[in-house]
Design a protein around this ligand. Structure first.
Ligand code: UD1
Ligand code: CA
Length: 459
């Protein structure tokens, strides 16, 4: 069976009160639309038509730049003006006719929690039935303004009625229209043009249900097992609910995969993050973007890791890690900050109040207290004394500092870049190093000078 998908994303999203189109509002770092497209991908549609309207260019540009959507058979169709969900699908008529699908899955772009399994169940129900359409419903206490599913005495679905058009009796119905439908393509294309104009001045997609019933055709309703999947985001309150539900889903998946979350309620893991076995995440930790964390790590509490790669057996306490790499057995914190381009090789120890930017710290290097390294490279087993700072910026340009293997940088050393410090060299406490230091030598003072061969004391 050749399958097409239509995703509606043209609406204003008025109730969000936002300049950003509703369907681009992020959940765990990704736009709502990306979530729904990611759920659709595994059912292998031959064609995906996205209906855009409000801020169409922004929506198209964003979807085209999402790495996880590359390779999807996406097409964009403009709906202008936006006269309702039925009108939205009418705009896809010629694209659908050209695509030649046998069946069409229609979903709303504001339903980011729908899962692939549910869509698959809808497909299975459609294939085992004979009707022109299968719809998804959910039964919950709070109707949240959803369309009500009306059934006759025999229990068959006869119509979907929008809340504004409900009689008081219909308003009391608790079976709701979720907003995912599977249509026979031929039937859909034939009937789309006949949707009547509603009292509200819109063309409702949901009227197709009543139209099928009027033609004597069966409408199947598939009940959603997990009501959380039905969260449709109309307001920022719904957005927070959806975020919460999605976060719980992701956290549960990681716990089932062998990651300990001490307090899942305060653990924030983007859907794009990867975690290794037996890693422990402590409370109030945010793992964001393209972050990969290895096995047996201990992350948190109170840490923020974004777009970073962390090896095995690492520890991060009360720290911020952004666009950085930590190899195996690295520990940082409390209160460390790795910025863009920081790369800590295996076994590096970085204690409290350290900051590293665009720098490589060689294996086994120790930087225990109050230091800043920017645009620097250290060799292996370097000791960076408390308070050491690379003076990498002269007010106009940034300069590099290179520190050799087994070097001992004394406490409170100022390394005025550009600068090379040789292997096995030492700097005295408080020195301001303005010139290169040869291998195996000691410099000290302000500005730093080499120690004379046979002087007994450091002056
Ligand atoms: C819709 C359903 C309702 C269902 C609910 C589930 C209709 C008439 N109503 O109501 O039965 O219970 O979803 O969440 O279908 N859109 C367009 N073009 C338009 C109008 C809307 O593309 O002209 C898009 C929106 O961007 C949005 C989606 O369609 O992604 C749904 O629109 P929305 O206004 O949120 O519909 P609901 O009132 O929630
Ligand atoms: Ca909605």
């Amino acid at each position: 069976m050749r399958l097409a998908v239509v995703i509606m994303a043209a609406g204003m999203g008025t109730r969000m009160k936002s300049r950003l189109p509703k369907v681009l509002h992020p959940l765990l770092g990704k736009p709502m639309l990306t979530h729904i497209l990611t759920a659709v991908q595994p059912i292998n549609p031959a064609q995906i038509v996205v209906i855009t309207g409000h801020e169409a260019d922004q929506v198209t540009a964003r979807l085209n730049s999402e790495p996880e959507l590359a390779g999807l058979p996406l097409e964009f169709v403009l709906q202008s003006p936006q006269l309702g969900t039925g009108h939205a699908v009418q705009q896809a008529q010629s694209a659908l006719a050209a695509g030649g699908a046998d069946a069409v899955l229609v979903v709303y772009g504001d339903m980011p929690l729908l899962t692939t399994q549910t869509l698959q169940q809808l497909l299975t129900a459609y294939q085992s039935g004979t009707g022109p359409l299968v719809m998804l419903t959910v039964t919950v206490d709070n109707p949240r303004g959803f369309g009500r599913v009306v059934r006759n005495d025999a229990g068959f679905v006869t119509a979907i009625v929008e809340e504004v058009d409900c009689t008081p009796q219909q308003k009391a119905i608790r079976e709701l229209n979720v907003g995912a439908y599977l249509f026979n393509a031929r039937w859909l294309l034939k009937n789309l043009p006949n949707i009547p104009l509603s009292a509200k001045g819109e063309y409702y997609l949901t009227d197709l249900v009543g139209m099928a019933v009027a033609q004597g055709l069966p409408v199947q309703a598939k009940q959603l097992a997990d009501p959380l999947e039905a969260i449709g985001v109309n307001t920022r309150v719904h957005l927070a609910e959806a975020e919460h539900a999605l976060r719980r889903r992701i956290n549960r998946r990681w716990m089932e995969a062998g990651v300990t979350l001490l307090d899942p309620a305060t653990t924030y893991i983007d859907s794009t993050v990867q975690l290794g076995q037996d890693t422990v995440i402590l409370p109030n930790t945010h793992l964001r973007g393209q972050t990969i964390i290895g096995q047996n790590c201990r992350i948190g509490p109170n840490s923020f890791v974004e777009n970073s790669t962390i090896g095995d057996r690492c520890q991060i306490k009360f720290s911020v890690i952004e666009n950085a790499v930590m190899e195996d057995d690295v520990d940082i914190g409390p209160f460390g900050h790795l910025r863009k381009g920081a790369h800590l090789a295996s076994g590096v120890h970085m204690g409290n109040f350290g900051e590293v930017k665009n720098s490589y710290l060689g294996p086994g290097t120790k930087m225990g207290h109050f230091s800043y390294l920017g645009d620097a490279t250290t060799g292996a087993d370097v000791n960076i004394g408390a308070g050491t700072i690379t003076c990498n910026y002269d007010g106009v340009n940034k300069h590099k500092t290179v520190i050799g293997d087994h070097t001992f940088i004394g406490s409170d050393t100022m390394l005025v870049a550009p600068l090379n410090i040789g292997a096995h060299a030492k700097t005295g406490a408080g020195s301001v190093v303005t010139r290169d230091v040869p291998d195996n030598s000691l410099v000290y003072g302000v500005p730093a000078r080499p120690k004379k061969e046979n002087s007994q004391t450091l002056e």
